[in-house]
Ligand binder design. Structure first.
Ligand SMILES: *Cc1c(COP(=O)(O)O)cnc(C)c1O
Length: 375
Protein backbone atom coordinates (compact mmCIF):
# COMPACT_ATOMS: atom_id res chain seq x y z
CA UNK A 1 0.00 0.00 0.00
CA UNK A 2 1.27 3.47 -0.80
CA UNK A 3 0.33 5.55 2.24
CA UNK A 4 -1.36 8.86 1.84
CA UNK A 5 1.12 10.49 4.22
CA UNK A 6 4.37 9.56 5.92
CA UNK A 7 5.62 12.08 8.52
CA UNK A 8 8.89 13.73 7.55
CA UNK A 9 11.97 12.35 9.29
CA UNK A 10 15.59 13.41 8.99
CA UNK A 11 18.30 11.33 10.69
CA UNK A 12 19.85 14.20 12.63
CA UNK A 13 16.62 14.33 14.66
CA UNK A 14 17.80 11.45 16.86
CA UNK A 15 21.05 13.24 17.76
CA UNK A 16 19.29 16.51 18.47
CA UNK A 17 16.64 14.91 20.68
CA UNK A 18 19.34 12.88 22.51
CA UNK A 19 21.20 16.14 23.15
CA UNK A 20 18.09 17.65 24.79
CA UNK A 21 17.69 14.58 26.99
CA UNK A 22 21.39 14.37 27.97
CA UNK A 23 21.53 18.07 28.80
CA UNK A 24 18.28 17.79 30.77
CA UNK A 25 16.81 20.60 28.69
CA UNK A 26 13.46 19.27 27.64
CA UNK A 27 11.02 22.00 28.63
CA UNK A 28 9.94 24.93 26.48
CA UNK A 29 12.01 27.78 25.03
CA UNK A 30 15.26 25.80 25.02
CA UNK A 31 18.06 25.93 22.47
CA UNK A 32 16.15 24.16 19.67
CA UNK A 33 13.02 26.27 20.10
CA UNK A 34 15.22 29.34 19.74
CA UNK A 35 16.91 27.90 16.66
CA UNK A 36 13.53 27.15 15.06
CA UNK A 37 12.20 30.66 15.84
CA UNK A 38 15.31 32.23 14.42
CA UNK A 39 15.26 30.06 11.33
CA UNK A 40 11.64 31.00 10.61
CA UNK A 41 12.35 34.68 11.23
CA UNK A 42 15.28 34.66 8.81
CA UNK A 43 13.52 32.58 6.17
CA UNK A 44 10.23 34.48 6.17
CA UNK A 45 11.32 37.96 7.23
CA UNK A 46 8.67 38.06 9.97
CA UNK A 47 9.30 40.49 12.81
CA UNK A 48 8.87 37.73 15.41
CA UNK A 49 8.21 34.00 15.43
CA UNK A 50 7.08 32.06 18.50
CA UNK A 51 6.97 28.28 18.30
CA UNK A 52 3.72 26.89 19.72
CA UNK A 53 2.15 23.57 20.61
CA UNK A 54 0.02 23.62 17.42
CA UNK A 55 -1.34 25.81 14.67
CA UNK A 56 -4.67 25.63 16.49
CA UNK A 57 -2.95 27.20 19.52
CA UNK A 58 -1.14 29.79 17.39
CA UNK A 59 -4.56 30.83 16.05
CA UNK A 60 -5.97 30.93 19.59
CA UNK A 61 -3.10 33.20 20.57
CA UNK A 62 -3.84 35.44 17.60
CA UNK A 63 -7.50 35.59 18.64
CA UNK A 64 -6.45 36.60 22.19
CA UNK A 65 -3.99 39.20 20.85
CA UNK A 66 -6.66 40.59 18.54
CA UNK A 67 -8.90 40.89 21.62
CA UNK A 68 -11.76 39.06 19.96
CA UNK A 69 -14.85 39.45 22.19
CA UNK A 70 -18.19 37.64 22.46
CA UNK A 71 -20.45 38.84 19.66
CA UNK A 72 -17.61 39.78 17.30
CA UNK A 73 -17.68 38.39 13.78
CA UNK A 74 -14.74 36.87 11.96
CA UNK A 75 -14.81 36.28 8.21
CA UNK A 76 -13.32 33.03 6.89
CA UNK A 77 -13.99 30.31 4.32
CA UNK A 78 -16.10 27.27 5.29
CA UNK A 79 -13.76 25.10 3.28
CA UNK A 80 -11.07 24.72 5.93
CA UNK A 81 -9.98 22.70 8.94
CA UNK A 82 -12.03 23.14 12.13
CA UNK A 83 -9.23 24.95 13.98
CA UNK A 84 -9.64 28.06 11.84
CA UNK A 85 -13.11 28.54 13.37
CA UNK A 86 -12.50 26.99 16.81
CA UNK A 87 -9.98 29.63 17.87
CA UNK A 88 -12.61 32.35 17.48
CA UNK A 89 -15.63 30.37 18.70
CA UNK A 90 -13.69 29.83 21.95
CA UNK A 91 -13.65 33.61 22.36
CA UNK A 92 -17.41 33.80 21.81
CA UNK A 93 -17.16 35.15 18.28
CA UNK A 94 -19.25 34.12 15.28
CA UNK A 95 -17.46 32.72 12.24
CA UNK A 96 -19.00 34.24 9.12
CA UNK A 97 -18.32 31.92 6.23
CA UNK A 98 -17.83 33.23 2.71
CA UNK A 99 -17.77 31.19 -0.49
CA UNK A 100 -14.52 30.03 -2.09
CA UNK A 101 -13.04 30.42 -5.57
CA UNK A 102 -13.24 27.17 -7.50
CA UNK A 103 -9.76 27.61 -9.02
CA UNK A 104 -7.68 27.71 -5.81
CA UNK A 105 -10.31 26.63 -3.22
CA UNK A 106 -9.35 29.80 -1.31
CA UNK A 107 -11.77 32.41 0.06
CA UNK A 108 -13.28 34.48 -2.77
CA UNK A 109 -11.80 37.88 -2.02
CA UNK A 110 -14.52 39.63 -4.05
CA UNK A 111 -17.21 38.42 -1.62
CA UNK A 112 -15.56 39.54 1.63
CA UNK A 113 -16.60 43.17 1.66
CA UNK A 114 -20.33 42.37 1.43
CA UNK A 115 -20.03 40.14 4.51
CA UNK A 116 -18.64 42.92 6.71
CA UNK A 117 -20.96 44.29 9.44
CA UNK A 118 -20.30 46.69 12.33
CA UNK A 119 -19.44 43.59 14.40
CA UNK A 120 -16.72 42.33 12.06
CA UNK A 121 -13.33 42.29 13.75
CA UNK A 122 -11.05 40.14 11.61
CA UNK A 123 -10.55 38.31 8.33
CA UNK A 124 -8.91 34.88 8.34
CA UNK A 125 -7.65 33.87 4.91
CA UNK A 126 -6.68 30.20 4.65
CA UNK A 127 -3.94 29.45 2.11
CA UNK A 128 -5.26 26.14 0.89
CA UNK A 129 -2.65 23.65 -0.32
CA UNK A 130 0.02 26.27 0.33
CA UNK A 131 -1.30 28.46 -2.51
CA UNK A 132 -1.85 32.05 -1.45
CA UNK A 133 -5.17 33.84 -1.20
CA UNK A 134 -5.45 37.12 -3.13
CA UNK A 135 -3.75 39.05 -0.36
CA UNK A 136 -3.50 42.50 -1.99
CA UNK A 137 -7.29 42.69 -2.18
CA UNK A 138 -7.75 41.24 1.30
CA UNK A 139 -5.25 43.62 2.91
CA UNK A 140 -6.86 46.57 1.13
CA UNK A 141 -10.32 45.62 2.46
CA UNK A 142 -8.89 45.13 5.96
CA UNK A 143 -7.20 48.51 5.89
CA UNK A 144 -10.29 50.37 4.74
CA UNK A 145 -12.50 48.69 7.36
CA UNK A 146 -9.90 48.61 10.18
CA UNK A 147 -9.95 44.81 10.44
CA UNK A 148 -7.24 42.53 11.73
CA UNK A 149 -5.92 39.89 9.31
CA UNK A 150 -4.88 36.52 10.74
CA UNK A 151 -3.46 34.22 8.08
CA UNK A 152 -4.13 30.52 8.52
CA UNK A 153 -0.87 29.53 6.86
CA UNK A 154 -0.96 26.03 8.39
CA UNK A 155 -0.15 24.64 4.96
CA UNK A 156 1.81 27.65 3.72
CA UNK A 157 5.37 27.50 5.06
CA UNK A 158 7.91 28.09 2.23
CA UNK A 159 5.18 29.54 -0.03
CA UNK A 160 4.95 33.16 -1.08
CA UNK A 161 2.68 35.81 -2.59
CA UNK A 162 4.33 38.48 -4.75
CA UNK A 163 7.64 37.78 -3.06
CA UNK A 164 6.28 37.85 0.52
CA UNK A 165 6.31 34.71 2.65
CA UNK A 166 2.84 33.46 3.58
CA UNK A 167 2.15 34.14 7.23
CA UNK A 168 3.93 37.53 7.08
CA UNK A 169 1.39 39.54 5.09
CA UNK A 170 -1.40 39.93 7.68
CA UNK A 171 -1.05 41.07 11.30
CA UNK A 172 -0.53 37.48 12.43
CA UNK A 173 0.35 34.27 10.62
CA UNK A 174 -0.09 30.71 11.87
CA UNK A 175 2.00 27.72 10.76
CA UNK A 176 1.36 24.06 11.54
CA UNK A 177 4.01 21.43 12.21
CA UNK A 178 1.55 18.59 12.60
CA UNK A 179 2.75 15.28 11.19
CA UNK A 180 0.67 15.79 8.04
CA UNK A 181 2.42 19.05 7.16
CA UNK A 182 5.58 19.68 5.10
CA UNK A 183 7.73 20.08 8.22
CA UNK A 184 6.74 18.41 11.44
CA UNK A 185 7.36 18.12 15.16
CA UNK A 186 4.52 15.66 15.73
CA UNK A 187 2.24 18.30 17.16
CA UNK A 188 3.33 21.90 16.88
CA UNK A 189 3.00 25.24 15.19
CA UNK A 190 4.23 28.80 15.15
CA UNK A 191 2.80 32.27 15.52
CA UNK A 192 4.29 34.95 13.27
CA UNK A 193 3.84 38.52 14.48
CA UNK A 194 4.29 41.47 12.15
CA UNK A 195 4.10 44.44 14.53
CA UNK A 196 6.90 44.43 17.13
CA UNK A 197 4.48 46.27 19.46
CA UNK A 198 2.47 43.03 19.83
CA UNK A 199 5.44 40.81 20.70
CA UNK A 200 5.61 41.44 24.43
CA UNK A 201 1.94 40.67 24.93
CA UNK A 202 2.28 37.52 22.80
CA UNK A 203 5.17 36.30 24.97
CA UNK A 204 3.08 36.93 28.08
CA UNK A 205 0.02 35.07 26.74
CA UNK A 206 2.21 32.14 25.68
CA UNK A 207 3.81 31.98 29.17
CA UNK A 208 0.59 31.63 31.21
CA UNK A 209 0.12 35.38 31.51
CA UNK A 210 3.53 35.96 33.10
CA UNK A 211 6.46 38.11 32.04
CA UNK A 212 8.80 35.11 32.32
CA UNK A 213 10.36 35.70 28.87
CA UNK A 214 11.54 39.12 29.98
CA UNK A 215 12.91 37.58 33.19
CA UNK A 216 14.95 35.03 31.23
CA UNK A 217 16.41 37.80 29.11
CA UNK A 218 17.50 39.51 32.32
CA UNK A 219 15.28 42.53 31.68
CA UNK A 220 13.53 42.20 35.05
CA UNK A 221 14.69 40.55 38.29
CA UNK A 222 11.58 38.56 39.14
CA UNK A 223 8.62 37.48 37.11
CA UNK A 224 4.96 37.70 37.94
CA UNK A 225 1.41 37.29 36.66
CA UNK A 226 0.64 40.32 34.49
CA UNK A 227 -2.18 39.29 32.11
CA UNK A 228 -4.41 36.39 31.09
CA UNK A 229 -2.65 33.63 29.26
CA UNK A 230 -2.16 29.93 28.79
CA UNK A 231 0.63 27.46 28.08
CA UNK A 232 1.48 27.38 24.41
CA UNK A 233 5.14 26.27 24.68
CA UNK A 234 6.21 23.05 23.02
CA UNK A 235 8.86 20.82 24.57
CA UNK A 236 12.36 21.45 23.24
CA UNK A 237 12.50 17.76 22.18
CA UNK A 238 9.75 18.42 19.66
CA UNK A 239 11.55 21.53 18.47
CA UNK A 240 14.72 19.44 18.02
CA UNK A 241 12.79 17.04 15.76
CA UNK A 242 11.54 19.98 13.71
CA UNK A 243 14.93 21.69 13.50
CA UNK A 244 16.47 18.66 11.80
CA UNK A 245 14.03 19.26 8.92
CA UNK A 246 14.35 23.03 8.83
CA UNK A 247 18.09 22.62 8.29
CA UNK A 248 17.34 20.90 4.99
CA UNK A 249 14.09 22.75 4.27
CA UNK A 250 15.05 23.64 0.70
CA UNK A 251 15.83 20.03 -0.11
CA UNK A 252 12.48 18.87 1.31
CA UNK A 253 10.70 21.65 -0.58
CA UNK A 254 12.39 20.74 -3.88
CA UNK A 255 11.44 17.09 -3.43
CA UNK A 256 7.79 17.98 -2.83
CA UNK A 257 7.70 20.36 -5.78
CA UNK A 258 9.22 17.59 -7.92
CA UNK A 259 6.43 15.20 -6.91
CA UNK A 260 3.81 17.87 -7.61
CA UNK A 261 5.27 18.60 -11.05
CA UNK A 262 5.40 14.90 -11.92
CA UNK A 263 1.72 14.40 -11.03
CA UNK A 264 0.81 17.45 -13.14
CA UNK A 265 2.84 16.18 -16.08
CA UNK A 266 1.38 12.67 -15.82
CA UNK A 267 -2.24 13.78 -15.50
CA UNK A 268 -2.33 16.64 -18.01
CA UNK A 269 -3.71 14.39 -20.73
CA UNK A 270 -6.67 13.48 -18.52
CA UNK A 271 -7.38 17.15 -18.02
CA UNK A 272 -7.09 17.84 -21.73
CA UNK A 273 -9.54 15.00 -22.36
CA UNK A 274 -11.98 16.78 -20.03
CA UNK A 275 -11.98 13.99 -17.44
CA UNK A 276 -10.48 15.82 -14.45
CA UNK A 277 -9.48 19.32 -13.32
CA UNK A 278 -5.94 19.99 -12.09
CA UNK A 279 -4.99 22.53 -9.41
CA UNK A 280 -4.29 26.15 -10.35
CA UNK A 281 -1.45 28.29 -9.01
CA UNK A 282 -2.18 31.94 -9.86
CA UNK A 283 0.52 34.29 -11.11
CA UNK A 284 2.56 35.82 -8.32
CA UNK A 285 2.07 32.76 -6.10
CA UNK A 286 4.93 30.39 -5.35
CA UNK A 287 3.68 27.17 -3.79
CA UNK A 288 5.34 24.49 -1.65
CA UNK A 289 3.95 21.17 -2.90
CA UNK A 290 1.95 20.78 0.29
CA UNK A 291 -0.60 18.58 -1.39
CA UNK A 292 -1.56 17.20 -4.75
CA UNK A 293 -5.26 17.19 -5.50
CA UNK A 294 -7.46 17.12 -8.55
CA UNK A 295 -11.19 17.26 -9.11
CA UNK A 296 -13.40 14.47 -10.34
CA UNK A 297 -16.78 14.99 -12.04
CA UNK A 298 -18.78 14.61 -8.84
CA UNK A 299 -19.04 12.91 -5.45
CA UNK A 300 -20.05 9.54 -6.90
CA UNK A 301 -17.13 9.40 -9.29
CA UNK A 302 -14.77 10.39 -6.48
CA UNK A 303 -16.02 7.57 -4.22
CA UNK A 304 -15.57 5.03 -7.04
CA UNK A 305 -12.06 6.30 -7.74
CA UNK A 306 -11.03 6.12 -4.06
CA UNK A 307 -12.20 2.48 -3.94
CA UNK A 308 -10.52 1.69 -7.25
CA UNK A 309 -7.20 3.15 -6.03
CA UNK A 310 -7.48 1.30 -2.73
CA UNK A 311 -7.78 -2.01 -4.58
CA UNK A 312 -4.58 -1.11 -6.40
CA UNK A 313 -2.69 -0.26 -3.24
CA UNK A 314 -3.02 3.53 -3.27
CA UNK A 315 -4.46 5.41 -0.32
CA UNK A 316 -6.25 8.53 -1.63
CA UNK A 317 -8.35 10.79 0.61
CA UNK A 318 -10.73 13.74 0.55
CA UNK A 319 -11.53 16.67 2.87
CA UNK A 320 -13.03 18.99 4.22
CA UNK A 321 -16.69 18.72 5.15
CA UNK A 322 -17.56 22.44 4.81
CA UNK A 323 -17.80 23.92 8.30
CA UNK A 324 -21.19 25.58 7.82
CA UNK A 325 -22.77 22.16 7.23
CA UNK A 326 -21.23 20.56 10.36
CA UNK A 327 -23.16 20.49 13.68
CA UNK A 328 -20.85 23.01 15.38
CA UNK A 329 -20.81 25.21 12.30
CA UNK A 330 -24.60 25.35 12.29
CA UNK A 331 -24.57 26.19 15.97
CA UNK A 332 -21.83 28.81 16.09
CA UNK A 333 -21.46 30.24 12.60
CA UNK A 334 -23.36 31.46 9.58
CA UNK A 335 -22.77 31.47 5.86
CA UNK A 336 -22.99 34.84 4.16
CA UNK A 337 -24.27 34.82 0.61
CA UNK A 338 -24.66 31.83 -1.66
CA UNK A 339 -22.78 28.55 -1.29
CA UNK A 340 -22.06 28.30 -4.98
CA UNK A 341 -18.73 26.48 -4.87
CA UNK A 342 -17.85 25.49 -1.28
CA UNK A 343 -19.97 22.35 -1.06
CA UNK A 344 -19.90 21.41 -4.73
CA UNK A 345 -16.15 21.72 -5.20
CA UNK A 346 -15.33 20.07 -1.87
CA UNK A 347 -17.28 17.00 -3.00
CA UNK A 348 -15.16 16.68 -6.15
CA UNK A 349 -11.73 17.08 -4.61
CA UNK A 350 -9.45 14.08 -4.25
CA UNK A 351 -5.95 14.09 -2.72
CA UNK A 352 -3.25 11.68 -3.84
CA UNK A 353 -0.28 10.51 -1.70
CA UNK A 354 2.22 13.30 -1.13
CA UNK A 355 5.12 13.19 1.31
CA UNK A 356 8.86 13.69 1.55
CA UNK A 357 10.29 10.34 0.49
CA UNK A 358 7.58 9.40 -2.03
CA UNK A 359 9.50 8.35 -5.15
CA UNK A 360 8.80 9.49 -8.70
CA UNK A 361 8.32 5.81 -9.61
CA UNK A 362 5.54 5.64 -7.05
CA UNK A 363 4.06 8.85 -8.46
CA UNK A 364 4.13 7.28 -11.93
CA UNK A 365 2.45 4.13 -10.61
CA UNK A 366 -0.29 6.13 -8.86
CA UNK A 367 -0.84 8.30 -11.95
CA UNK A 368 -1.10 5.18 -14.09
CA UNK A 369 -3.87 3.80 -11.86
CA UNK A 370 -5.80 7.07 -12.13
CA UNK A 371 -5.47 6.93 -15.92
CA UNK A 372 -6.70 3.33 -15.98
CA UNK A 373 -9.77 4.32 -13.99
CA UNK A 374 -10.68 6.88 -16.65
CA UNK A 375 -9.91 4.80 -19.75
C1 LIG B 1 -3.43 21.43 9.80
C2 LIG B 1 -4.26 22.63 9.77
C3 LIG B 1 -4.61 23.32 10.93
C4 LIG B 1 -4.31 22.81 12.33
O1 LIG B 1 -2.99 22.58 12.58
P1 LIG B 1 -2.56 21.91 13.98
O2 LIG B 1 -1.11 22.18 14.05
O3 LIG B 1 -2.89 20.46 13.89
O4 LIG B 1 -3.32 22.59 15.06
C5 LIG B 1 -5.33 24.50 10.84
N1 LIG B 1 -5.70 24.98 9.63
C6 LIG B 1 -5.42 24.34 8.48
C7 LIG B 1 -5.84 24.94 7.19
C8 LIG B 1 -4.70 23.14 8.52
O5 LIG B 1 -4.42 22.50 7.38
Amino acid sequence: MINFNVPPYVETAMDYIAECVKNQKICGDGAYTKKCNQWIEEKTGTAKCLLTTSCTHATEMAALLAEIQPGDEVIMPAYTFVSTADAFVLRGATPVFVDIRPDTMNIDETLIEAAITPKTKAIVPVHYAGVSCEMDTIMDIAKRHHLIVIEDAAQGIMSSYKGKALGTIGDYGCFSFHETKNYSMGEGGALLIQDPANVENAEIIREKGTNRSKFFRGQIDKYTWVNYGSSYLPSDMNAAYLYSQLEIADEINEARLGIFARYMENLTELEQAGKIELPVIPEGCVANGHMFYFKTKDLEERSCLIDFLKERGVHAVFHYIPLHTAPAGLKYGRFHGEDKYTTRESERLLRLPMYYGLTLEQVDYISQQVKEFYC
